[in-house]
Design a protein around this ligand. Sequence first.
Ligand code: NAP
Length: 393
Amino acid sequence: MKQLNIGLFGFGCVGQGLYFALQHSTGFRANIKKIVVKHPHKKRIVDSDLIAYDKYEILDNPEIDVVVELIDNAEEAFEIVKMAMERGKHVVTANKKMLAMNLEELISLQKKNQLSLLYEASACGSIPIIRTLEEYFDNEDLLQLYGIFNGTTNYILTKTIDEGLDYQTALKGAQQEGFAESDPTNDVEGFDPKYKAVILCLHAFGLIIHPDKVLNLGISSLSENDIQFASEKSLKIKLLPVIRKIDDHQITAYVIPHFINNNNNLFKVDREFNGVIVEGEFSGQQFFQGKGAGSHPTGSAVLSDISALSYDYKYSFKKFEQNGHKKFTQKVLLDIYLRLNSKSELEQIIFEEIHSQYYSQDYNYVIGKISLEQLFRSQAYLREQKLFCAVIE
Ligand SMILES: NC(=O)c1ccc[n+]([C@@H]2O[C@H](COP(=O)([O-])OP(=O)(O)OC[C@H]3O[C@@H](n4cnc5c(N)ncnc54)[C@H](OP(=O)(O)O)[C@@H]3O)[C@@H](O)[C@H]2O)c1
């Protein structure tokens, strides 16, 4: 095992989690040479000699062979990662947005410079899903991969069903407990799980889909009526990214809340936990559960990537290399529950079939089949009108 010299960008939640994990791991030879952060006035838990504010103190240091990028800004992170690789440094990152937006360019940079770029922590925290897809399922065709990829929304949804809280109260609680940020948009509107789905789609199906093409409907329009609808039927509401093989040539992907019943393994994945279901053509269903976020769980995933670098590990992107023909499609029908403000909204959101509908003074919904294409076209309207939409199985 070779000694690694690390330059660390970011010393917040995950950066400090990694620092802790490195301090407490045994038999592992990695040394943090420098930590670059943003704000000079902040108190740090490490020696001030280790801290710097100029990115070139890491990028231009020939002793540093591994850059660990753990900052909270996707655009700046992309610049850092590109510069590090152009200078011959391996990179470990947890930045899902940066990765999802730039997968194609990052893969070619990696190939061109013959370097490793590892990012296990970017999708589902401590659940080792990327390497499982890369190493274990590299030869098996997958039928689908879905799950709970976002702990913040799962925490909120658990509180609404288990404790009967309304959405706003549950969100406030999540913010007070540190599970949700003051601006929760990225989580509650489903952007964060979408970025993770895009990353996992590459490793599971060999297909890169730009995040802008993937529908993400979130939970911010959830009303007490929707919560009651679920509770009365002993269902739970989970925000699920789904990536599914339609046929040998087509893959679909979307992020939509789902009503699920207790036959689904995800039913018991509550609070801030994440769960992933991988269904293979031969292996059947696998279920993974673990902490999807947090300082130590995420730090542990970063540590595992650094450890993998010590034996020259690289993702081989086998399915991506073999995939000359797979395409993304939205030509699929979904069984959808849609809560409406008024019946006239159905003129904007066209269902293929309606199975049941209910109208009263303060609660209207329809259940039926609608195409993903149609939902994608209606997403701005759904958000503006605060209509709650969920897949019902
Ligand atoms: N938190 C989680 O549980 C979790 C889980 C999975 C993935 N991630 C991902 O991990 C990354 C880090 O998240 P986090 O929660 O640790 O963020 P955070 O707690 O907000 O910390 C961000 C750190 O980045 C530093 N920073 C910001 N811009 C910088 C720049 N241009 N150059 C150098 N340093 C800069 C900040 O410096 P200052 O200290 O000076 O402010 C801070 O130390 C993000 O991409 C996030 O999506 C987080």
